[in-house]
Design a protein. Structure first.
Length: 144
């Protein structure tokens, strides 16, 4: 399966299964970030199982459970810290990939122009136009 890239070092995707991790490792990914809380869906693999499989394949694995629609500064800062410190490239996933995209977009606010962030997300298949006012506000906070 092809997954959309948000940057040269970050790819996002929907829920994966333990057996998908082999192809992700073979594609060269060094780190996996799971932004989905355990138990969000009945058929969802538990983070511990995913971590064991990722680690067995030589990848680092981080579980940063984030509830969609409840992304605040704490979650944005944690995602940014994980991305900055991670071995690259990074594969992040959640239910659809949107949550990861929103975390990326908000962590990039102030570093990239808001329109650039929205356009990059759109190229990857994610509509985050609703975030534009928040991205603009964060840009203005950084750049006056």
């Amino acid at each position: 399966m092809e997954y959309p890239q948000l940057s040269s070092t970050l790819t996002v995707g929907p829920q994966i299964r333990p057996e998908d991790l082999q192809a992700i490792a073979a594609a060269g990914y060094k780190t996996v970030i799971n932004n989905r809380p355990d138990g969000e869906a009945m058929d969802q693999p538990q983070a511990q199982l995913m971590a064991q499989q990722a680690n067995a394949l030589g990848m680092d694995y981080f579980h940063q459970p984030v509830v969609g629609g409840m992304i605040g500064d704490k979650e944005i800062e944690e995602f940014s810290r994980l991305i900055e410190g991670a071995k690259k490239p990074v594969f992040a996933y959640c239910r659809t990939g949107t949550r990861c995209t929103v975390l990326w977009a908000l962590s990039e606010a102030g570093k990239q122009a808001p329109e650039s962030i929205v356009n990059r997300a759109a190229e990857a298949g994610y509509d985050i136009n609703g975030l534009l006012p928040q991205l603009i506000s964060r840009w203005q906070d950084q750049h006056g």
